[in-house]
Write a protein that binds this ligand. Sequence first.
Ligand code: FRU
Length: 705
Amino acid sequence: MKISGWICLAVLVASVAAAAERQQDIVLADFEGGTYGDWQVTGTAFGRRPARGTLPNQMPVSGYEGRGLVNSFYDGDDSIGTLTSPEFVIERKFISFLIGGGRYPGRTCINLLVGGRIVQSATGPNDRPGGSERLNWRVWDVSALVGQKARIEIVDRCTGGWGHITVDHIVMSDERASLDQSREFVVSERYLNLPVKNGATMRRMRVLVGESIVREFEIELAEGEPDFWVFLDLTAFQGRTVTVQVDNLPRYSRGLRLVGQGDEIRAARRLYREKYRPGFHFTSRRGWNNDSNGLVFFKGEWHLYYQHNPYGIKWGNMHWGHAVSEDLVHWKELPIALYPQRFGDWCFSGSAVVDVDNTGGFQEGGEPAIVVAYTSTGRGECIAYSNDRGRTFAEFEGNPVVEHKGRDPKVIWYEPGGHWVMALYHEVDDKRTIAFYTSKDLKAWEFASLIDGFYECPELFELAVDGDAGNRKWVLHAADGDYMVGAFDGRVFTPESGKHKFSHGNCFYASQTYSGVPAEDGRRIQIAWGRVEMPGMPFNQMMLFPVELTLRTTGEGVRLAARPVREIERLHETSRSWEDLTVPMGRNPIPGVEGELLHIRAALRTDGVEKLGFVIRGTEVVYDVGEQRLACLDKTAPVSPVEGVLRLELLVDRTSIEIFANDGRVYMPMGATLPDDNKSIQILAEGGPAGIESLEVHALRSIWP
Ligand code: FRU
């Protein structure tokens, strides 16, 4: 082998004994020098010399060794080029290297060429912006090629997208620099506890029973001290021998060794008592949540399914988490209801109905089945059914039932026509629409119509205007909640209004309303995802407090209103009330009132004052009388007082203030992480004293055990 500037010998192994037993490693290139040496450069992507870490305008690059590396971000993402090594002889069983950047096979890649043919190729880890710029080990088994002449070629033929590649430390060795590691054990306990470190390299982990993969997901596996622990429920595998595998772990990693069984969720001593755990809003014990899914009432239980990443606090690995409540305020988290069928085929949003007449034939015992419709990202719109009160689901064997470009099926029963309706987010030529399909049996679906101008998570329901059963209207909205009022004949939605704003807050998204609510209750109850970051917590995001929706005639026309469900009163612990108060100008503490979990109702007189409202633990909720505008943080909403009185209702929790003005005509849910060291509640009055017709402050008890 020719030893030129780019080839040198190096001992990489720490243990002298191990080194003595096997041949020394050969570092093909470490890119520490000031030039590429004998490597051939074409194009501009690779510059003239190895990069020193991150290049201008690039997100921070990490995971390389030493100071230099190959980085094809010279001239940004659009530049192209190649970098080719001189010929060398393959003398060891493995070639290992660090690689990062774009996942575009054949376009951003490193190739091993023997006799001019590509015999091995690897690409970067990410195909979308915002993915990690972290380099990771990859290993090629070249044992069958020992003795052959070869070249290494690093390629960037990608323009646009995330089109660059990073490579460092190419080494020939008789050992792999990283390993796909695995551990085998007999399941005897309830959970597999998994350590997570935020920002660690995302690893692919799988659990196998025999040859079959039963769980597979991505996780930022901690290699040392974890930030927190997540868990995987092993109930279904009790007594079986399972193998846990992790791809591509560096040799030194302790990641897999930390993984262990337990009958308890690890580090759960402070579960539900964490600093930012909302006291009366649903949050998952661990992991991430987004949209509410499958909201259905059945046999005394309000089911809340939701978009869930059980293994990290960011969006990903989409499952359907599950919680139930008997009163819409106290929630009990149950095991995951929908698991992805395979890696990459995620369970996106959808809805649930009770198939009272067994139209689908899914019922097995004396009780109707709960049927869910959800988006399988690998297959299309799918149906699954439960005969155990929504705990576990079986897939309909004819899935998918609808294939199209879109997602988020919302299924309702259309009583007058005696058929089911599925509203779907549907893309046609990049246009965003809602499509309606119909079915008699939840299995065979027929396209009915389309309406433009709505994005993901459609919702469709009928409501009596002003409670008048003889005057009913339909409401159609998508994830942002902005809605049209109109007519629906079971196939076509005919708008009778333009779009109206629903939420004036900063965190509302992807809401749903309950199906299966008994006629004697008759409420239209909504739960939305509260997009709120939970700093430093082992869980992230929340659900907004359930609200009752009504349609009301206003001066502007028929509009939606949202009020917290009356069950909030079950949480009242201590209550205080005042009438006909006059509060002087300034910020005045309400005598004896402070706290973290509160329900406030107030009727404020707007005459003789410029601004009035509340200061909640330092955050103002203030009405500007002249501007007729309610403001909180960076959000405002137009509100007019009614006969000189502004009615405000506030739900205050550790990370949110939900504001309802004029009996819910204006709904303003706000995510706000309130400071621990300020529990004060004040009344604010500017331009005159505040006249308060009535005020109630209820301290709330936590919903958690
Ligand atoms: C809305 C959404 C849905 C999708 C889901 C994926 O927040 O993007 O359209 O089904 O989240 O988690």
